[in-house]
Design a protein around this ligand. Structure first.
Ligand code: KIV
Length: 284
């Protein structure tokens, strides 16, 4: 048996209490999940951002349950330690509570993830509560909610005015009361994220929420330089994996064209006598 200890929700709650920062990142495939888990990440989010960074959609709106389920299963096959969150795609939980429980159940039971995430504040509190009551842990997501960015006037920082800030605080409190065990705070002022973090007993994970959140999340492709369409202000780019891959493939093409690949070390051989016999029988 492996001696790696899986991260559970009580571990995350304890980290908040002990003021240990929680690290979270997205992953969508077996090799990505294997890599971030080996690195020691606390939480992996199989985010619906996969629609943009892996599937080439314009935004996260078109992502389907089938796509989320397939990627969640691939991630779960790789992960040994991290807590894994499956993201509920747009319109998989917005129609009715029954629909939300059914789809949360599919991600949790068939996808085998450790919890599910959905976007929205007070308007989603009853849905969150229904999923939690059905026995599935829920991660909330407030502030800038990409699935409904159109309703917010685009991808803009939220909660800057006193009224807007009060709304984000009310959203956070409503989700905690509904039973969410953690919250993503996306694109809100640092001071507001700090106030929410102080007020709540559940961990807050910022993405564009500043240093005072209990933890941070980034999209893997943004931070390793694999997504080149745009880079939001809150992203720190740690590597240029796209360029490394591009150079490797260019070298491979040149090697194939110049007959430098495959060399002896990448080649299987047989005895000369066997070749001669085959030549004779083929008449060449
Ligand atoms: O889908 C996603 O990657 C997310 C993060 C931005 C938190 O929801």
């Amino acid at each position: 048996m492996s001696d790696i200890k899986k991260i559970m929700i009580p571990d995350l709650l304890a980290m908040k209490k002990e003021r240990k920062k929680i690290s979270m990142i997205t992953a969508y495939s077996f090799p990505q999940a294997q890599c971030v888990d080996e690195a020691g990440i606390d939480i992996i989010l199989v985010g619906d951002s996969l629609g943009m960074v892996e599937l080439g959609y314009r935004d996260t709106v078109p992502v389907t349950m089938e796509e989320m389920l397939s990627h969640t299963k691939a991630v779960m096959r790789a992960v040994k330690r991290a807590h894994v969150v499956g993201d509920m795609p747009f319109m998989s939980y917005n129609i009715s509570r029954e629909q939300a429980i059914t789809n949360a159940g599919i991600l949790y039971k068939d996808g085998l993830c450790d919890s599910v995430k959905l976007e929205g504040g007070q308007e989603m509190a009853a849905t969150v509560n229904a999923i939690v009551k059905a026995g599935i842990p829920v991660f909330g997501h407030i502030g800038l909610t990409p699935q409904t960015a159109g309703m917010l006037g685009g991808f803009k920082v939220q909660g800057k005015s006193i009224d807007a800030a009060r709304k984000v605080i009310d959203d956070a409190v409503a989700l905690e009361e509904a039973g969410a065990y953690a919250l993503v705070l996306e694109a809100i002022p640092r001071q507001l994220a700090g106030l929410i973090t102080e007020k709540l007993t559940i961990p807050t994970i910022g993405i564009g929420g500043g240093l005072d959140c209990d933890g941070q999340v980034l999209v893997l492709h943004d931070m390793v330089g694999l997504f080149r369409r745009f880079t939001p202000k809150f992203v720190k780019v740690y590597a240029d994996v796209y360029s490394v891959q591009l150079e490797a493939v260019k070298k491979y093409i040149a090697d194939v064209q110049g007959k430098a690949f495959p060399s002896e070390e990448h080649t299987f051989t047989m005895k000369d006598e066997t070749v001669s016999e085959l030549r004779k029988s083929l008449g060449i």
